[in-house]
Design a protein. Structure first.
Length: 752
């Protein structure tokens, strides 16, 4: 046993940590950052943008009352504080605000066979995680669990003590609100099946099947199905708990379907014996799930898959090199970069097949077809990061969005595995693709993209799935109260309109670049309609009725607790009033000039109205840069927000990471620049955290090559800018274009 444990330790070191004295960028990633404080990140095994992820499922406490994903607003399979494990979930989401996926729960147990998840869970210890790897030890059983992942498949290794050992595949339970699945025995060592998932953010129609194949590396002494039985009247004393009992099907070897079903493999294990499990997944078919597994893994080789996962993360994270700063800051930075590269995910199988958007048919793609587009979040900064650091991926993401339009007639808003969930609001594909195009990445069908954008921006509301409340917006210049969100979150009229203004401004920019001058004027004019909402009496934006009168009574602070105040989605008027990034000078004029604007914005921070976890106001710290002499306030606020809200602890992200959006705010801010206006190719500057940051740009798209950002820090806490140069020339402005940054090559700050 000691020899086996020693070998295990060596394996852990070889596939999760650098063997050299110098730390690798991968070693700075701590997957436990963001696993509490409602950040809903997980420490499971995943590769960059991969379909497969393997995540510990611990959201059910041992008293069975700890977790309620609806009342507690938890939307993750894992919470750092919990220590009660009921299996590894396969295919999960990172940082999202609604429960989804987190199914196919694989659980190792020992002793007498028990397939009731109320009973078989275990507390655990000795958790370890690094990119592509996770392990723990189940205290109830003394079982060592290790998992790693390929792009569409996983391999898991379990080290048992001597005695009865079991591998339980629970197809019934999970994080999703959907139910239903099937299992078929293929051989003594293989099963296949399906699991229905979906209903993301309670959209009952946004469901889709996930297909899987599971293999074990050793034939069991016994195997079989289980299924939850209905509770029968008059025999309550014979049933476990209030949920009924699970019936075993030991002598049945075909297939089974139902809502709470599973399959078990049982063994007589030797001391220290290791059992390995492979799982392949697909969103097309079980045949594809099997092909994915066979093409990605030739035989059982945990160490090889783990090492390859680490290598992929090494390649992805090495696009940025940071020097200086503290060890904690490097950990925060590289973990944020890691989080930014989890979504969107590859959707196509190894043969290129994928489920078409809102269709019962499949398509074939020669490149990467992506899914999981949390665009209301990621259009603000994640796709700008992809455009700069990972242009090839960003192009595939844009192409995927355009293909979705071709397949069903609309661009995605919040797409999930080929289904539109209609979560949140706006027309977010427009600023994403416009930003990409204006920054010089143009190897995609811009003509079709523009056709899609013009359709959603002009079609009447009765025919407009993307903007169903567009009629009032066009006729009045604002969305009147009474416009309800498609995700059933209430009257979000002001929030809707603000998103349309930003999208139309981006569309105006794109129209101008494409030579459509009439459209450029039309959409620019529409983008300024935010002025209809400004109430001088309140000093904020305020909801308006169809007759032009104000909502009354009105309190600008309502909604600050993420409840939906009338007109605003998950925020107060203060979280939205400055959300006009495309016309800050115009908004300042409404407020009485630059000084009044600056004073009011400063008050938002001083009184605690700023919410670092709320997308509409995350760019607020950068808005001071629009006013000469006030730029120091941006530097002060970005420094304060980083120090207060982003740490190297499990609660080190301030709320839902939203598919990497919050992490990306920290990334850009730590580097010293931020894309403060989606759909506009400019960056706003602040003081960098590190002494030197090198962006290793892809020369196929950025021929000038690397960008270097240097900062002279006279003291550890220096965070105010004394002077700047770009390309060796003095820089006196605090907003620069994408071209200026990429061609300037060296951006240097002297701090004080």
């Amino acid at each position: 046993m000691k020899l086996k444990q020693s070998l295990l330790s060596a394996v852990f070191l070889s596939c999760t940590f650098s063997a050299s004295a110098q730390k690798s960028v991968v070693d700075y990633v701590d997957p436990f950052i963001g696993t509490t404080n409602f950040s809903v990140c997980t420490p499971g095994a995943i590769r960059p943008h991969s379909m497969m992820s393997v995540v510990p499922f611990n959201v059910m406490g041992s008293d069975l009352n700890v977790y309620d994903k609806d009342s507690r607003w938890w939307s993750t399979p894992y919470l750092y504080e919990n220590k009660y494990f009921t299996g590894f979930a396969h295919v999960t989401l990172s940082g999202v605000g609604c429960p989804e996926l987190g199914t196919l729960l694989l659980m190792p147990t020992s002793g007498k066979l028990d397939v009731d998840y109320h009973n078989y869970g275990s507390e655990y210890k000795n958790e370890k995680a690094s990119p592509g790897y996770y392990s723990n030890e189940l205290t109830k059983y003394g079982i060592r669990c290790e998992v790693t992942a390929a792009m569409r498949s996983s391999i898991e290794r379990f080290t048992f003590r001597k005695g009865e050992a079991h591998l339980l595949m629970n197809v019934g339970n999970g994080l999703t609100n959907e139910v239903g699945g099937s299992i078929k025995r293929v051989s003594l060592t293989e099963i296949e099946g399906t699991r229905l998932v979906g209903t993301f953010c309670y959209n009952s129609q946004a469901v889709f099947p996930m297909y899987f194949v599971m293999r074990v590396n050793k034939a069991p002494k016994e195997a079989g199905f289980w299924k939850k039985q209905p509770k029968l009247a008059g025999v309550a004393a014979e049933w476990d708990h209030d949920n009924g009992k699970y019936k075993l099907y030991k002598n049945y070897g075909r297939e089974l379907a139902g809502n709470e079903i599973g399959y078990y493999f049982s063994y007589d294990a030797e001391e220290g014996e290791q059992l390995e499990v492979q799982i392949g997944v697909s969103f097309v078919s079980t045949a594809n799930a099997r092909e994915n597994l066979e093409k990605e893994q030739q035989g059982f080789n945990f160490d090889k898959v783990c090492a390859e996962a680490r290598q992929e993360w090494e390649k992805t994270l090495s696009v940025v090199t940071v020097e200086g700063g503290s060890e904690a800051q490097k950990k925060i930075f590289y973990t944020a970069l890691y989080h930014s590269q989890i979504h969107p995910n590859v959707l196509q199988d190894v043969n290129g097949e994928y489920p078409k958007m809102e269709s019962a048919t499949n398509g074939v793609n020669s490149g990467n077809r992506y899914t999981v587009y949390s665009l209301w979040d990621t259009y603000r900064n994640v796709h700008q990061l992809e455009t700069l650091l990972y242009p090839e991926r960003q192009l595939d993401m844009v192409r995927s969005m355009i293909e979705m339009y071709k397949e069903w007639g609309w661009m995605p808003k919040w797409e999930l595995y080929g289904r539109e969930t209609w979560t949140m609001e706006g027309d977010p594909a427009i600023p994403v693709i416009t930003d990409t195009y204006l920054k010089g990445l143009r190897d995609f069908d811009i003509k079709t993209a523009y056709e899609a954008f013009r359709k959603s921006a002009t079609l009447p509301g009765k025919d407009n799935l993307m903007r169903p409340d567009i009629d009032g917006y066009i006729q009045k210049g604002y969305v009147p109260m009474g416009a309800y969100a498609q995700d059933n979150s209430g009257d979000n009229s002001v929030s809707h309109a603000l998103e349309y203004y930003i999208a139309d401004h981006a569309l105006s920019n794109l129209a101008s670049a494409l030579g459509h001058r009439g459209d450029a004027r039309l959409f620019l004019k529409r983008s300024l309609g935010y002025k209809n909402y400004y109430s001088k009496a309140d000093g904020t934006l305020r909801p308006k009725k169809a007759d032009g009168s104000w909502l009354s009574p009105f309190n600008p602070e309502d909604g600050a607790d993420f409840s939906n105040a009338p007109g605003f989605h998950e925020g107060s008027a203060w979280n939205y009033t400055f959300y006009v990034p495309h016309d800050i000078p115009g908004l300042a004029k409404l407020m009485g000039g630059g000084k009044a604007f600056v004073d009011k914005l400063q008050m938002v921070f001083d009184k605690g109205f700023y919410d670092p976890a709320n997308e509409p106001d995350i760019a607020y710290p950068y808005l001071f840069n629009y006013f000469k002499g006030e730029e120091w306030r941006t530097q002060e606020q970005t420094y304060r927000q980083l120090m207060k809200n982003f740490t190297d602890k499990p609660d080190g992200i301030p709320g839902n990471d939203d598919c990497g959006t919050m992490s990306t705010w920290a990334l850009f801010t730590m580097m010293g620049f931020y894309p403060d206006c989606p759909g506009s190719p400019y960056y706003s500057l602040t003081a960098p955290v590190f002494d030197r940051v090198t962006l290793h740009l892809d020369k196929r798209y950025y021929p000038e090559g690397d960008i270097v950002i240097e900062a002279v820090h006279p003291a550890k806490d220096s965070h105010l800018i004394q002077s700047m140069t770009l390309g060796g020339k003095k820089l006196g402005k605090y907003r620069i274009s994408h071209d200026e940054l990429t061609k300037g090559k060296l951006l240097k700050f002297v701090l004080k």
